[in-house]
Design a binder for this molecule. Structure first.
Ligand SMILES: Nc1ncnc2c1ncn2[C@@H]1O[C@H](COP(=O)(O)OP(=O)(O)O)[C@@H](O)[C@H]1O
Ligand SMILES: [Mg+2]
Length: 247
């Protein structure tokens, strides 16, 4: 009788992923500092970075993400999608989460000053895959840039997708060598996650490039949306991605 293979559950959990990636020594510096949302962490990080992002651990396609800025000594300026509110202090803000927190909770992360195309932040999706053979190496199979819609800080709500090299050029921050560097980082991160999850065969990374050209890993998606690849002019990426899924 065949033994049933118990699949390892790859949970959509940003906090678990952060802890796995942080153990890869050369990756730690590519991860924006992240903590579980707690008063002391939020307070310390706001003090240190002035700008932080609060996100649900389970990820909701860009929804429910708050961008928080320290406004003077105590007040906070909070942006969610297109809304801006002010709160008097951290306690008032945490009260909000206590009310709405039904899920696994939230993380607080240093906010990156993402590079921009026409005053809109963008980040890049890098698709990394490996074949079914457990010895096969990870490969970059596709990429595109996501430019935030007018007025948004997240790039996944009604964003525009364009080739990465075009975005880098429009943002005046670099060319192919920057993309190659980002791809190398995505490959290292996939390798690290793959060590942890032997069943893992694909990761769609959200990679941020800040205004100082530093490359950051925002997150890796285990079930990335492939639709944007289908709509790129260059159809070779989409075909390669499907080929890797089959082999
Ligand atoms: N620390 C951050 N600094 C700046 N922008 C961020 C940060 N974290 C997320 N974003 C923006 O929000 C988007 C969604 O965040 P992400 O962590 O990918 O969550 P989701 O699971 O909702 O996709 C990112 O693609 C990026 O554009
Ligand atoms: Mg994302």
């Amino acid at each position: 009788m065949k033994k049933a293979v118990v699949p390892i559950v790859m949970k959509r959990d940003k906090w678990t992923q952060y802890r796995i990636l942080r153990k890869g020594s050369s990756l730690a510096k590519r991860l924006p500092e992240t903590r579980l949302l707690q008063k002391n962490h939020l307070s310390k990080m706001l003090h240190q970075y002035h700008n932080v992002v609060v996100k649900p651990r389970d990820g909701r396609y860009g929804r429910d993400i708050l961008f928080i800025k320290r406004n003077g000594a105590t007040a906070l300026r909070i942006r969610n999608e297109k809304d801006v509110t002010t709160m008097r202090d951290i306690d008032q803000l945490l009260q909000l989460f206590r009310k709405k927190n039904k899920g696994p909770g939230y993380i607080v992360q240093r906010r990156l000053q993402l590079a921009q195309v026409q005053h809109r932040p963008f980040d890049i999706r890098i698709m990394v895959q490996r074949q079914k053979d457990p010895l096969s190496p990870w490969k970059v199979t596709g990429s595109y840039a996501k430019v935030a819609a007018q007025g948004y800080l997240v790039t996944n709500v009604t964003s525009r997708t364009i080739p990465v090299l075009e975005a880098l050029k429009l943002a005046h921050i670099g060319g192919r060598s920057l993309l190659v560097k980002a791809e190398r980082i995505a490959l290292l991160a996939a390798k690290r996650l793959g060590e942890h999850y032997p069943e893992l065969r694909q990761v769609g990374f959200d990679i941020g490039i800040d205004r100082k050209r530093r490359i950051w890993i925002i997150e890796g998606n285990y079930k990335p949306d492939l639709h944007p690849f289908r709509h790129l002019q260059d159809s070779s990426m989409y075909r390669r991605i499907l080929w890797y899924k089959e082999h």
